[in-house]
Every structure is written in structure tokens, then in C-alpha cells.
Design a protein around this ligand. Structure first.
Ligand code: KG4
Ligand code: ZN
Length: 338
């Protein structure tokens, strides 16, 4: 079964053709980042307009690269939640138009479910149940993936997402938006023990995260030093911050693994591209006999192959939509698991 996936929830206009949820025939991503970085973050109005301009070209190219015609596509999967509402609506309306004209089934896909599914593309042996740490620019979740379409959120961030924290720390030390990847490379030449940063505690749930205290600690460190005219080494800040982030993510995730008695862990989302985080989980999982699955780097960030892949499992579960499908800006994975 060949599914055309469409993703436009944030600042990437993406389309892909995936066969049977595994074989990626094409994966086109058009990034708007060069325009948004002028403003230090994604500007929703600009994102929607660029999606409108790009989507037809991106979808057509995904068909050309896959060497299939629209007739040979069996269904269209589109991200419908969560995300920037104006941005989501561009992809949804384009998908609806395609489905109306070609009489194909329309499959609404949850963006975070898509990130999780990126692991199925890389690892055909990964099957639910397993625990998944989702770390992206907008979300940080520890999720029990009970079935391909059934999730239980075990822990979540109370404030900033992990990627948001990376990006704000990066901005504080002078990197462009989105700065996660710059922190990653700067950390390689820094001393991770140069600065001691806090591991914020969260009361109520031992699996919930809080990253705003960590972010504020870095901002205060940099501002205090600059008021005293002291120049801090930014590689050392990057390395110390990344190590603290790794410690927080690893400790909460390993605690959930132990308490829930699972032996399989997957990691997903843009931040799962981070080399320090990948290495930290590699070591910890090896030590504890946990099977670890990481997506290929090209499927960590936003893409449509992951949407087409999850769309396949949603289709098998009978989750298709009619042409009154609407976008939803905020929607938890728990709410689609009833
Ligand atoms: O999943 P994603 O592409 O978009 C959302 O759904 O939010 O994640 C984007 C986030 C950004 O915050 C970006 O800085 C971060 O992923 N990111 C990284 C790395 N590559 C991307 N963070 C840390 N290290 C990286 N190598
Ligand atoms: Zn994403």
C-alpha cells in the first residue's frame, strides 16, 4: 500500500511516499528556516504563507521522485494536530483537495505519533509495546506506546520543551535559531564539567520534566559574567548545558523504564539527533540490557515520511477522516488513544 504523506505543522513543508509503512520511495522537505531565523523563531503568519506557496511543488516532487502517479497512491495521510493552526490548515486543505478529486481515503495523523513512527522506518524489528522519549522543539514526552495507534503519556514537560531549551540557550550564547545543532557541535570542544547547572525538580509526577530553570540558570550565568566583564568560553557552556540535559533525560527515562518494567526504548523528535544524547542513552541502555532504537538523522526532524508511515498504521486501524477534517493546535496523544 502506497501512502502520500503531507506535513506542514510548523516551518517545514514536506511530502513523502512510503510503501507499507516502511519503504520510503521519496521524502521531500522544504525548510523555511533561513527566513524565520531573521526573527529568532518561527513567525506563524510567514510559515502559513510559505506553506501555501510551496506545497504544490513539494507534493509534485515527492510523486516524481517516487516515480508514481497520483493514481497509484492508495491514500493520503496528513498532519492535523498539534501545530501552528494556520500552517496545519494548508496541508490539511491540500490533502482534502487531493482526496476529493481522486476519491482516495484521507488519514489524519498526529504529529507526535509521526515522530514516534520515524523509528519504524529505520528499524523494521521495532514493535509495540515499548517506551518512547519524544524530544522536539515543541514537545517533551515519555510515552508508553502500547499499540501502533494507542499511547499512554507517562511524563511531560511542565514548561519549556527540550528543543526550546536548547534553542534559548543557543541564542543566549550567540548562535542562530534553531540552535540545537550548534550547541551539539560546540559541546564537542567544550568541558562538560566547567559549570554546574541545576537539575530542576518537579513535584507531583516523578516522570515530568521542567526545563525553564535550567534555561534561566544559563541565562543568569552569561549575564552575570558579562556584567562583570568576564568572557565565558561558549564551548564550555554548551558542553555543560548538554551534559545536564542528558542527565535529566536519561535519569527520568530510565526511572520510567525500571518502574514500568519494559526492556525496549525508542527516542524520537528533532532533539534525538543530538550526538551527546544518543551516546548517553547508548551507554545507559547497554549497561542495563535495554534495547535502544534511534531514528536515522534524516527522520529526526520534521518530515512527511514519518507521517506516511504512521498513516499506514492509522489506516489499518480504520482511522480515516471525512472532508470536514479540521486542524487542532493542541491535542495530547492520550486524547487520540481512547
Ligand atoms: O521535531 P522538530 O524538527 O520540530 C518540532 O516538532 O518541534 O524539532 C526541532 C528541534 C529544535 O529545537 C532544534 O534545535 C532541535 O530540534 N535540534 C537539536 C539538534 N538538531 C535539531 N537539538 C539538539 N541537538 C541537535 N543536534
Ligand atoms: Zn516535529
Amino acid at each position: 500500500m502506497k501512502i502520500l504523506g503531507i506535513e506542514s505543522s510548523c516551518d517545514e513543508t514536506a511530502a513523502a511516499v512510503v510503501e507499507d509503512g516502511k519503504k520510503v520511495l521519496s521524502n521531500i522537505v522544504s525548510s523555511q528556516i533561513d527566513e524565520h531565523k531573521l526573527y529568532g523563531g518561527v513567525v506563524p503568519e510567514i510559515a502559513s504563507r510559505r506553506h501555501l506557496e510551496n506545497i504544490d511543488y513539494v507534493v509534485n516532487n515527492s510523486l516524481i521522485e517516487a516515480e508514481v502517479s497520483l493514481n497509484e497512491i492508495d491514500a493520503v495521510a496528513v498532519t492535523y494536530a498539534p501545530g501552528l493552526i494556520g500552517a496545519l490548515l494548508v496541508g490539511i486543505n491540500y490533502a482534502k483537495g487531493l482526496c476529493l478529486s481522486s476519491k482516495k481515503p484521507l488519514i489524519p495523523v498526529h504529529h507526535i505519533a509521526g515522530h514516534i513512527a520515524a523509528n519504524y522506518i529505520t528499524h523494521t524489528d521495532l514493535k509495540p509495546p515499548y517506551l518512547c522519549l519524544v524530544i522536539s522543539g515543541g514537545h517533551s514526552h515519555i510515552v508508553m506506546v502500547e499499540e501502533y495507534t494507542k499511547y499512554r503519556v507517562i511524563g511531560r514537560t511542565r514548561d519549556d520543551a527540550a528543543g526550546e531549551c536548547f534553542d534559548k540557550v543557543a541564542r543566549t550564547i550567540g548562535f542562530d535559531y534553531p540552535g540545537g545543532k550548534y550547541i551539539d557541535s560546540a559541546a564537542k570542544s567544550g568541558n562538560a564539567d566547567a559549570f554546574s547547572l541545576p537539575h530542576p525538580n518537579v513535584t507531583g509526577s516523578k516522570y515530568d520534566f521542567s526545563f525553564s530553570g535550567l534555561k534561566t540558570a544559563v541565562i543568569n550565568l552569561v549575564h552575570n559574567a558579562s556584567q562583570k566583564g568576564v568572557d565565558l568560553n561558549r564551548n564550555d557552556i554548551a558542553a555543560s548545558f548538554q551534559k545536564t540535559m542528558c542527565d535529566i533525560l536519561v535519569s527520568k527515562t530510565m526511572l520510567a523504564i525500571k518502574d514500568l518494567n519494559v526492556n525496549t526504548l525508542a527516542i524520537a523528535g528533532g532533539v534525538s539527533a543530538n550526538s551527546g544524547i544518543r551516546a548517553a542513552f547508548d551507554g545507559e541502555c547497554e549497561k542495563n540490557g535495554i534495547k535502544l532504537f534511534l531514528p536515522q538523522l534524516k527522520y529526526c526532524g520534521d518530515n512527511a515520511a514519518m507521517i506516511a508511515c504512521q498513516g499506514y498504521y492509522d489506516f489499518l486501524a480504520g482511522r480515516t477522516a471525512s472532508l470536514d477534517l479540521n486542524g487542532i493546535a493542541t491535542l495530547s496523544l492520550d486524547e487520540i488513544s481512547e
